[in-house]
Design a protein around this ligand. Structure first.
Ligand code: ADP
Ligand code: MG
Length: 310
């Protein structure tokens, strides 16, 4: 069976305008499952997902209850988000698969990702996370906790954390065994929990791994042949959002490198997806598809999506 990694984006669980209730997230997860469940029938699939809004909510809860319950560090909050999102996806996919008569079991695996303790990202934190603070609160937090804080586009002060490069999925062997035993695996949630190795000991660090790069690292570590990135757009565009925007049906790694260099893909949204695609193909991956859950089927029929080849 072909082995594929599917990375689902934020809108698999939350859409613009959603409040983020559990009912909403279960409903979105079910919709996503209904669009893509057919692909599980005859493939080995590892499913990864983002966690931005959910881990933001967990941080906010920790912050507001800090006088009653000790707040947890970011790596622990990330682990919580993997469990919470994993449960919602697992239950929704499980029910859809059963309803469609697809006899596959699905399991969520808590996943850590090794990063380099000398990664330059640790000296230069870039990723804003969690709640907004006043200038005064920010000064307190800088003094008390040593957090790095920045003013986020006029909306208040926010903590920034490093976004280190994922090197190795700690649980890749376990994921592979589960896939070979016939399970669908949900893993590397939110890009994975970042850990560093010190004298043979793993230690969690406060950072956020990009989920698309995490997915590409998993795809390499388990020798997947295909990486599918599902997001809010049906395909990748040149000159996105401009009058002359043009969809890319298919492209080679070389062409993508050139488009990337020309600045067609925004950092923080499409940029990391294209980086993940290029990295996977450079490491032996055979194809990458970027599309929306709604257009997955049509993409396989050659009618939508962006396909990228080595
Ligand atoms: P996800 O939660 O799936 O990671 P992101 O918002 O991070 O979603 O990235 C997807 C978004 O990237 C699209 O919704 C689109 O607004 C934006 N985008 C930026 N550049 C491009 C491009 N060149 N082609 C298509 N979409 C792009
Ligand atoms: Mg994203």
């Amino acid at each position: 069976m072909e082995r594929v990694v599917i990375a689902v984006g934020g809108n698999a669980l939350l859409r613009p305008g959603d409040k983020g209730t559990s009912e909403e997230q279960f409903r979105r997860a079910r919709e996503t499952a209904e669009y893509i469940s057919w692909i599980f029938e005859d493939r080995q699939v590892a499913l990864t997902h983002g966690n931005g809004p959910q881990v933001g909510a967990i941080l906010l809860q920790n912050e507001h209850a800090r006088d009653i319950v000790p707040p947890m560090p970011l790596d622990v909050c990330g682990a919580e988000s993997q469990g919470m999102i994993g449960y919602m996806l697992e239950q929704s996919f499980n029910n859809v698969l059963k309803a469609r008569g697809i006899n596959r079991d699905i399991i969520t695996l808590l996943t850590r990702v090794e990063v380099d303790e000398n990664d330059p990202a640790f000296k230069n934190p870039t990723k804003p996370i969690g709640p907004f603070y006043t200038r005064y609160q920010a000064q307190e937090l800088i003094r008390e906790k040593g957090w790095r804080m920045v003013e986020d586009s006029g909306r208040g002060w926010r903590r920034v954390v490093p976004s280190p490069d994922p090197r190795r999925i700690v649980e890749s062997g376990a994921i592979l065994s589960l896939l070979e035993a016939g399970f669908i695996v949900i893993g590397v949630g939110g890009g994975g929990i970042p850990v560093i190795r010190k004298n043979g000991t793993l230690i969690g660090v406060e950072g956020v791994i990009d989920k698309d790069l995490g997915a590409a690292t998993l795809a390499k570590d388990i020798d997947a042949i295909e990486l599918i990135i599902l997001t809010a757009v049906d395909m990748v565009y040149l000159n996105y959002g401009k009058e002359n925007q043009k969809g890319i049906d298919s492209a080679t790694l070389r062409e993508m490198r050139e488009y990337y260099r020309q600045g067609h893909f925004k950092p923080g949204s499409m940029g990391p997806k294209i980086l993940a695609a290029m990295r996977f193909l450079e490491n032996g991956g055979r194809k990458v598809l970027i599309t929306s859950p709604e257009k997955l089927k049509e993409s396989y029929e050659g009618k939508s999506g962006t396909w990228i080849y080595p």
